[in-house]
Design a protein around this ligand. Structure first.
Ligand code: CTP
Length: 759
């Protein structure tokens, strides 16, 4: 019996090559030796798929006399079929493969092995030469193999023969649309998470002048097609060489990709016991931790790479900058000193000058960054100084605090610190740091001094501006990413395509800034937001983090607009799945905004919890149990959970009581309202249709809630009344009478108290 098989963890090229081989060996059966990837699984479950590929257990090994291997020539990658080689010395083997030759390769009687992009390219040529007819569906699967392994003809391993084979297959009726449908799959949520982890854990190294990225990741759950995601990451960030060291459970692996001829990742993976091509390879890591694997990798690479003129390793960020920076602008030389003098309180400007002098004294490069610079340019008051220093921020904070006789606190795990000035100003200080590998097998050297890298990690271009503090450049604006222009044009623009994946809170920040500054989101940013929402990225946020962002939105001037934008982006479902935005909700939220502005003008303390009022608006249509679940999702304190559970019932009772009679006395209004939370009262005012209810709450908040008695418990004691429940009852009765105008002077209050005690 003739058996066509391939390597374990089969991909499209494996299947395509098996189907192509079956045209050369018409009587042979096809079987996978083990698992196959998710994309292939989806394709095989589609109506288009009509081939019979057996599972290993369905093959009677005793019957196999002829083994046709495609896309591999390694016994170790044949799963159970490797037994055939050990047990049957007479076994005939033919090999069709495009992987580079290695000493432990199986030898075949027929060996068609060439370094082309895909194995199926080799088989297509043979089919063409022998004029074997191909059906359109066969040609389609075969072209899929080529497309996958050549990255749609973009990988450097693509050869003219791959293009010729593809052209031939197209002439046979191959459908490229179908190929891109099955191969250009959208990433799943898990894959997005992995992409995000890759971004966070990526470190750039520059070894002998060659830049590369090494990432170390620890994951708990198995995820298939890691290679696809690594490839996507590489494409997105225009990285030429990447090594991802991934540990999932107990299994550690290396996934490597290279577009640079000088680095053969197949050879590198080979030293770890794996294999592949010069441009794509993988290995299982055994007997060492990922950190050790990285050390090994680094020393290997430094041996393999020939020395260039750039002997010293320097971290550069040009590759990332290229795609990330949509408006690459050189640092401008605009000076903001006069604007700061004009715009800032003199005391704050003095603080900035002190920071500048301290930085020059150390010496260390220091910059004002973030929201402060943005607001300075927008001429909006902001006294929260954010400083980045190129070096040790904690040490700088200490020096600064000593100089100004203030206090400081460091947060070593984040390399940040805060300095409190005696005048009450608070300055946040962060260290701009990049790590890079200088000498192989030595510890990474912490390179401090990359403001650009620090700014590049931020959310939007207008938040990635900096002002130089060192003389003689004091006041100079640094604008690497076109933030100034975006600020002038009122555009919200992310710095890079993974911004929302890196930090999902940025979805809400974008909406917050949009309503605050009345800016518009740039198209690509909107698209990235939509994609991030579709992927459910916000589900990754804890309730507390989500609530923190919502709180900030609800404390802005126009939260109703922001909520409407959240609805447009379909974000409300992440607060709670059943929240649906409609016109009524929009109207109530608009009213909430008006009621809050009205209440603010009363200058009353305590201030209401605005977020709770807006949550009432969002939760109004939910059932009691959904409201309870929603409050739990947001990890709210018990008191607020109780409010959110009970408020609709409370409001109905309150409205009924206030509208039952034509005339409701002030004392009755007081009795109905004084036990309600301020937030419930304000929300009811916004939501109630009845004028009487609005008026009653307004009267209560403006006047009735402020009325106090002139007499106190002491006066009752003097009148011979002993403390107890009666005490409060008497005082309350007098207060109600006072609200209705029956008593007003201290004497009248005392008189009434006497009467009540007597009776
Ligand atoms: N930042 C970021 N991504 C986030 C949060 C913050 O990149 N998810 C960066 C931005 O550069 C931001 C700076 O950190 O300007 C400070 O953040 P924060 O104080 O939260 O915001 P501000 O931009 O100052 O905005 P606000 O006026 O609302 O305080």
């Amino acid at each position: 019996m003739e058996l066509i098989t391939t390597h374990i963890n089969a991909d499209f090229d494996s299947l395509a090559s098996m189907i192509a081989a079956s045209k050369l060996y018409p009587g042979a059966i096809m079987a996978f030796p083990g698992s196959w990837g998710d994309s292939l699984r989806r394709f095989m479950a589609s109506p288009f798929y009509c081939w019979k590929v057996a599972k290993p257990q369905e093959v009677d090994l005793n019957q196999v006399t002829h083994l046709i291997l495609v896309d591999t020539k390694k016994a170790s990658r044949l799963g159970p079929f490797s037994q055939l080689i050990a047990s049957n010395p007479a076994l005939k083997i033919d090999v069709y493969d495009h992987h580079p030759l290695q000493p432990d390769d199986l030898k075949g009687e027929i060996e068609e092995v060439r370094p082309v992009g895909a194995t199926v390219t080799i088989l297509t040529r043979l089919i063409n030469e022998r004029a074997i007819p191909l059906a359109a569906n066969e040609a389609t699967v075969m072209i899929m193999g080529i497309c996958e392994d050549t990255g749609f003809f973009s990988f450097p391993t693509t050869t003219p023969e791959d293009l010729e084979a593809a052209a031939y297959l197209l002439r046979c009726g191959a459908d490229l649309n179908l190929a891109s449908h099955f191969l250009k799959e959208e990433l799943t949520l898990e894959q997005f998470e992995f992409l995000n982890d890759l971004l966070r854990s990526s470190e750039r190294y520059c070894i002998k002048g060659t830049e590369m990225v090494i990432a170390i990741l620890y994951k708990e759950k198995y995820m298939s097609e890691l290679g696809t995601v690594v490839q996507r990451f590489m494409d997105m960030l225009k990285i030429d060489i990447i090594f991802a060291l991934v540990k999932i459970g107990n299994h550690s692996s290396l996934i490597a990709r290279s577009r640079f001829k000088g680095v053969d990742v197949g050879a590198v993976a080979g030293t770890f016991g794996g294999g592949g091509h010069p441009s794509a390879a993988s290995a299982t890591i055994r007997g060492m931790s990922l950190l050790e694997a990285r050390e090994k990798l680094l020393s290997l690479l430094s041996e393999e790479l020939s020395t260039t003129e750039e002997e010293v390793a320097t971290p550069t960020f040009s590759a990332m900058g290229e795609i990330i920076t949509r408006n690459p602008t050189l640092p401008t030389s605009q000076n903001l000193t006069s604007l700061m003098r004009e715009q800032l309180p003199a005391e704050l400007f003095a603080v900035i000058e002190t920071i500048s002098q301290t930085a020059d004294g150390v010496p260390i490069n220091a910059f004002l960054v973030g929201g402060f610079v943005r607001d300075l340019l927008l001429r909006i008051e902001n006294v929260d100084l954010d400083v980045v220093v190129e070096g040790d921020g904690i040490q700088f904070a200490k020096t600064l605090a000593q100089k100004v006789e203030g206090s400081h606190k460091g947060f070593p795990q984040f390399h940040t610190a805060v300095v409190m000035f005696p005048q009450g100003f608070k300055v946040d200080i962060a260290s701009a740091r990049t790590e890079f590998y200088e000498v192989p097998a030595a510890l990474p050297v912490v390179q401090e001094g990359s403001l650009r890298a620090d700014l590049y990690r931020r959310d939007f271009t207008f938040n990635a501006l900096a002002v130089r503090l060192n003389k003689p450049h004091f006041g100079e604006l640094i604008d690497y990413f076109g933030g100034r222009r975006d600020l002038d044009e009122g555009i919200i623009r992310v710095l890079h395509n993974l911004s929302f994946i890196e930090d999902p809170t940025r979805l809400l920040r974008a909406i917050r800034f949009q309503q605050r500054f009345q800016f518009r989101m740039e198209e690509n940013t909107r698209k990235l937001m939509r994609e991030a929402v579709e992927k459910g990225i916000l589900n990754l946020l804890s309730g507390t983090r989500l609530m923190n962002e919502l709180r900030l939105i609800f404390e802005e001037e126009h939260p109703a607009v922001a909520i409407q934008t959240m609805a447009e982006f379909d974000i409300l479902k992440f607060i709670y799945p059943h929240i649906t935005y409609n016109q009524t909700m929009g109207r109530i939220l608009d009213n909430v905004e008006k009621v809050i502005s009205w209440y603010n003008l009363l200058y009353r303390e305590p201030k209401p919890k605005l977020w709770l009022i807006y949550l009432m608006g969002l939760f109004e249509e939910l059932s009691t149990s959904d409201r309870e679940d929603g409050a739990e999702r947001l990890n709210l304190p018990p008191k607020e959970r109780q409010t959110l559970k009970a408020y609709p019932g409370e409001i109905t009772t309150l409205i009924n009581k206030l509208t039952k009679k034509r005339e409701v006395k002030p004392s009755q209004i007081y009795s109905v309202l004084h036990r309600c939370r301020l937030e419930v009262l304000l929300y009811t005012m916004a939501r109630a249709e009845q004028e009487a209810v609005k008026k009653a709450i307004s009267l209560y908040l403006r006047h009735l809630s402020q009325v106090r008695l002139n007499i106190s418990g002491d006066d009752l004691l003097k009148l011979g009344c002993s403390p107890g429940p009666l005490f409060n009852k008497i005082l309350k009765k007098i207060l109600l009478a006072k609200l209705d105008g029956q008593v007003s002077t201290p004497e009248e209050e005392l008189e009434m108290a006497k009467k009540l005690i007597k009776s």
